[in-house]
Design a protein around this ligand. Structure first.
Ligand SMILES: [Zn+2]
Ligand SMILES: [Zn+2]
Length: 332
């Protein structure tokens, strides 16, 4: 009951309020609703793409084990969605970036603040391919004044200044984490002209999830997805994007029409996704980074046309649980 009241308060007051609540009530962390769950717990903290959609943040997937929390990408609005979903941010070890398009990085600052307030015991690692050190250097400068205000207001005992500074880690195509039963493998995907762009596979307790980032379906994704319990894949409804392009061109908005035309060659189409499940044994295909995110029943029907049977179109706040050493896949 106490936890429920805390989460309600959290929903009402938000981050700045949380700082106040933390100081007044002595609360250090948001409670984890699934503290005793052993397995991989995947929460969709953002399912949209740069085309805006009400109720959806941009790309973000949280993956939790009893000992770890990693976030894959941090698009606009995703830090708030993560907090409202009750993800235990005090456990956050790192943010894995797939690439540096703005819809994957714009909420890093908020994740850093929220996890610092929640009581994260070590600096937040920002992990990604070449270029991540520039992102982190820029963010640390951008938020330098904010960090100073927070420490001055709440004290260094609550907010250790060293824990507010982001650390960067540049990775290659390799196993990047192998600790306490969790293995994370980074792999190259196809999202031209971005080079390199990565996806990640996380394995724990005999369970696995592959997260594509932004990509066409490639041979490598097919190989890594074979035998995976869950594949979260970028998905574009080509017929919808082409329709909006034609309407934009007809209305004389050639700039928008050009952008909508250009994006058609670097996201997975429904035809690509059919190939994925035909060639790989996938427990559950779940689509995110929806281009465009469907906003009503008609758009959902249009998006689903041509998708492989059983594919899920994810929503913000959706949780997929994979209990350790079982075959069970629970979607809430
Ligand atoms: Zn994107
Ligand atoms: Zn992208």
């Amino acid at each position: 009951m106490k936890d429920k009241i805390f989460m309600m308060l959290l929903g009402i007051i938000g981050t700045s309020g949380l700082l106040f609540y933390s100081v007044v009530a002595g609360a250090q962390t948001a409670p984890s609703p699934n503290a005793n769950f052993d397995g991989l717990k995947i929460t969709l903290c953002g399912t949209s793409s740069p085309l805006p959609a009400p109720g959806r943040a941009q790309a973000c997937v949280a993956v939790e084990t009893p000992d770890h929390l990693y976030i894959v990408d941090a698009g606009s609005g995703s830090a708030a969605t993560a907090q409202l979903s009750g993800i235990p941010l005090d456990k956050l070890r790192g943010i894995l970036l797939t690439h540096y398009h703005s819809d994957h990085i714009s909420d890093i600052g908020d994740f850093n603040l929220n996890s610092w307030v929640a009581g994260r015991p070590a600096p937040l690692q920002i992990i990604g391919p070449e270029g991540v050190e520039r992102i982190v250097e820029g963010l640390n400068i951008t938020y330098e004044l904010d960090r100073g205000y927070r420490v001055a207001h709440h004290g260094a005992e609550l907010l250790n200044p060293e824990l507010g500074v982001l650390h960067s880690r540049t990775i290659g195509e390799e196993v990047i984490v192998d600790e306490d039963g969790l293995r994370i493998t980074a792999f190259k995907v196809s999202h031209p002209p971005i080079e390199p762009a990565y996806g990640y596979r996380l394995d724990y307790g005999g369970r696995s999830v592959v997260i594509s980032g932004d990509s066409l379906v490639t041979d490598k994704i097919v190989a890594l997805s074979d035998g995976a319990d869950v594949v979260l894949h970028d998905a574009m409804a080509l017929q919808l994007v082409q329709g909006i392009e034609a309407m934009s061109r007809g209305a004389g908005n050639t700039r928008l029409a050009t952008v909508l035309h250009d994006i058609q060659d670097y996201h997975a189409t429904t035809a690509n996704l059919v190939r994925l499940v035909a060639e790989a044994e996938v427990g559950q295909l779940a689509l995110y980074h929806l281009v465009p995110a469907p906003r009503n029943a008609m758009a959902i029907a249009a998006f689903k046309g041509g998708l492989p049977d059983g594919a899920i179109i994810t929503e913000d706040g959706m949780v997929i649980s994979l209990p350790a050493n079982s075959k069970e896949i629970m979607v809430d």
